[in-house]
Design a protein around this ligand. Structure first.
Ligand SMILES: [Zn+2]
Length: 117
């Protein structure tokens, strides 16, 4: 990954995602006979865990939107799937390319007004 690719990649991440990869040495897969040229061996899990705090519980009871629940969970420090993957990449467990392929972007939810029909 050249510096321009890295710059573009980082620009598309959430603030937390940017913090995770900043300063990390990011690895690119390099094949060898042991991995059949893929550069990867085995699999590793990444997880997004929604802890049902009192605030989240109230939202669920009020049948709030998924966006509202996600917003509160994020404010309470929930790590997204992509961020969990970025941590693995920053630890040298996998490549950024794998993380980007298997997770969706951490976008800030649009305001409810944007969903009018
Ligand atoms: Zn190999």
């Amino acid at each position: 990954m050249d510096s321009e690719q890295r710059r573009l990649l980082i620009a598309g991440l959430s603030d937390a995602g940017r913090e995770i990869v900043s300063g990390a040495g990011l690895y690119e897969p390099v094949g060898c006979p042991a991995c059949d040229g893929s550069g990867y061996r085995g699999r590793v899990g990444i997880f997004e865990i929604l802890r049902v705090s009192e605030g989240i519980e109230e939202l669920i009871i009020k049948r709030a939107s998924a966006a509202a629940i996600r917003g509160v969970a994020r404010a309470e420090g929930m790590t997204t799937l992509r961020e969990a993957g970025l941590r693995k990449a920053a630890q040298g467990e996998t490549s950024i390319a794998e993380v980007m392929e298997h997770t969706i972007a951490d976008v800030e939810e649009p305001a409810p007004a944007a969903m009018e029909r």
